[in-house]
Design a protein around this ligand. Structure first.
Ligand SMILES: Cc1cc2nc3c(=O)[nH]c(=O)nc-3n(C[C@H](O)[C@H](O)[C@H](O)COP(=O)(O)OP(=O)(O)OC[C@H]3O[C@@H](n4cnc5c(N)ncnc54)[C@H](O)[C@@H]3O)c2cc1C
Length: 581
């Protein structure tokens, strides 16, 4: 059964990007019809809720947006699209004020009343604003209340499955979704659609993002012919909890502050190993520590569950308990004593820097489609600074809301859908009901392992080629695997099947882009090409789907604001100052 509805503005996802878009669109014109469709419950799903560390904004005397910009560019290994990075750092200052003064967030303060800024890796200034280690809950709860308070329509537990074009294919007409509760299909015709489904590298054996995320937005965009960039750039956090079988806590982040405070990483035999890899020991950057741990794991120097240990007790058991209360309690929940013993950890896939190509005003190459948040590519380049993720989603979410409202007010009309696309996409989603039941979970386990082993922290051409072949096989096998239960009503196994399809499609894009980049930058490390290459001649990868195949290309990075070897900061060592834009 196909239900139909219309709306001026349709927002997919209710993370920082989706909710900010809804509020800014409403503020621009309260008469617009705005609908938020989300796979889970509004404000209760996605990763913005999970933000622990905080939000980067250059607010303090001595800091500047130029400094934040340079940290973002250097951290991204000169691959970020510079106009997007500039928009991010400039917008973060405005957005954090808005969060506090208009939306009612309380962030931690110093004794003199100024906002407390904590240190985060890779930054030349302490600029991470936070609410303890529960920053995301503070932000999302306030955003959620504000959205509830306005006549913004909610389609909860509605999963978007396809972007439906016009009959000529030159613009977007609306979105096909499944009402997960009833199992019915729903086509929402919209003048403007925001894709804000939050990416999320959940196809890796160990990962941090919320379980509702399965890269659906990127998979839909690929099928709609949009271009994605930097897909090889998957950030791994070095210390995910390794809690053993029978718990969903594995992959959960143990914060960077533990290593920063002087925590030790030990191999399975209890030997410290980080100094074998970097003179900064455990305080080396995320990517270096992740690679070192992965190398130890590959050499078999592991703990009982196959990771390494983190140990803190030499810093004083009571001190550790006091300073890292949340982490100590989380570990205790899983039976580990972080303050006085050892906890097993493993690198964990955390964030996708890559995503769909978009413009600073959040428009895309497909008229009617807008983009914000972790689904988008180009803001972070090869690495995201901690604290720049939630800034990215909230800054661009707000911009997207304003742009969509302005475009609707300019007189956009509804576009008729290509009815045959709706039929094809409905059949595609119903495909598993047409096949004999199979072991879906076994396929998922294979995906997690192959992405971890062949397209993970350390890569080379042999592994990547094998990974690509295995992904092709997995895709074919999925198409022959059906569901044991034939009903569509709240059938979560059906959604597991659809999740797996999105994850495999996007994994193929990651693996192909990783093979294409024959150098090592930021999160992407090729053992067969360990050098970073010539920064001045940097290129980024672009992937798009043509028919059933992926087409790969590279494009030169545009250094329109600052060139490698230069800086926007006056007098920075060895770097001539250039004008800010
Ligand atoms: C554990 C953890 C800690 C983090 N800590 C920090 C930090 O300290 N600082 C920082 O800057 N960043 C941090 N991040 C990253 C940050 O959470 C993300 O960058 C950011 O929140 C992404 O926002 P978003 O709005 O794009 O996506 P999300 O907040 O993830 O929201 C995505 C939304 O899309 C919905 N959705 C997904 N698929 C569909 C579909 N098919 N149809 C409809 N809806 C769909 C989801 O249900 C969800 O509502 C952390 C991430 C994790 C996982």
């Amino acid at each position: 059964m196909l239900e139909r509805s219309t709306t001026d503005i349709l927002i997919l996802g209710s993370g920082g990007a989706g909710l900010f878009a809804a509020l800014h669109a409403f503020n621009a014109d309260p008469d617009l019809q705005i609908t938020v469709a989300v796979k889970g419950l509004l404000g209760k799903c996605g990763c913005t809720r999970m933000v622990q560390g905080g939000y980067n904004a250059a607010l303090m005397p001595g800091d500047s947006v130029e400094r934040h910009f340079m940290d973002t560019i250097a951290g991204g290994k000169w691959l970020p699209r510079q106009d997007l990075a500039w928009r991010l750092v400039e917008g973060a200052v405005e957005r954090i004020r808005e969060l506090e003064n208009e939306l009612g967030c309380f962030f931690d303060r110093n004794a003199d009343g100024t906002l407390h800024n904590k240190a985060f890796a890779g930054q030349s200034f302490d600029r991470t604003i936070h609410k303890g280690d529960l920053t995301g809950i503070e932000i999302i709860n306030r955003l959620m209340e504000q959205v509830w308070d306005r006549p913004i329509q909610r389609l909860e537990e509605h999963r978007a499955i396809a972007l439906i074009p016009t009959p000529t294919g030159d613009a977007l007409s609306g979105v096909l979704m499944i009402d997960m509760r009833s199992g019915n299909f729903r086509f929402v015709q919209a003048k403007t659609v925001l894709l804000a489904t939050g990416g999320g590298p959940t196809m890796y054996r160990y990962h941090t993002p919320s379980g509702d995320k399965s890269c659906d937005g990127m998979a839909m965009a690929l099928r709609a012919g949009l271009r994605l960039r930097d897909m090889e750039m998957v950030q791994f956090h070095p210390t995910g909890l390794l809690a053993g079988p029978g718990t969903h806590m594995t992959g959960t982040v143990l914060e960077e502050g533990l290593r920063g405070a002087g925590g030790y990483l030990l191999d399975g035999a209890g030997k410290r190993f980080m100094y074998d890899y970097d003179e900064r020991g455990e305080r080396a950057t995320r990517d270096i520590v992740s690679r070192a741990i992965f190398a130890e794991m590959r050499a078999g120097n592991t703990t009982p569950h196959g990771g390494v240990y983190i140990e803190m007790k030499h810093l004083g058991v009571d001190d550790v308990r006091r300073r890292f209360k949340g982490m100590v309690e989380r570990c205790a929940d899983c039976g580990f004593d972080l303050a006085g013993g050892r906890v097993e950890v493993v690198p964990t896939a955390h964030y996708m820097m890559g995503g769909i190509i978009f413009e600073p005003d959040c428009t895309t190459s497909l008229p009617g489609l807008y983009l914000a948040g972790e689904d988008s590519g180009g803001v972070h380049g090869a690495n995201r600074l901690g604290g720049n993720g939630v800034a990215n989603s909230t800054v661009f979410g707000g911009i997207a809301g304003e742009t969509m409202a302005a475009h609707v007010r300019q007189g956009l009309a509804f576009r008729e859908p290509d009815e045959s696309s709706i039929e094809i996409e409905t059949a595609r989603a119903r495909h598993p009901f047409t096949k004999p039941p199979g072991d879906l979970n076994a396929l998922r386990e294979r995906l997690l392992d192959l992405m971890w082993n062949q397209v993970g922290v350390l890569r080379d051409s042999t592994g990547l080629e094998q990974g690509i072949a295995d992904l092709d096989d997995l895709k074919c096998e999925l198409m022959e695997t059906g569901l044991a239960d034939g009903g569509q009503v709240f059938n979560l196994t059906w959604h597991d099947w659809l999740n797996l399809q999105s994850q495999i499609n996007v994994s193929q894009a990651i693996a192909r882009a990783a093979l294409k980049r024959e150098n090592s930058r930021g999160a992407h490390f090729r053992e067969d090409f360990p050098g970073e290459g010539d920064l001045a001649a940097s290129t980024y990868t672009v992937v798009r789907m043509v028919g059933d195949s992926l087409e790969l290309s590279v494009k030169p990075v545009d250094f329109s604001i600052v060139k490698p070897g230069s800086s926007l900061i006056d007098g920075e060592a060895g770097m001539p100052a250039v004008a800010a834009k």
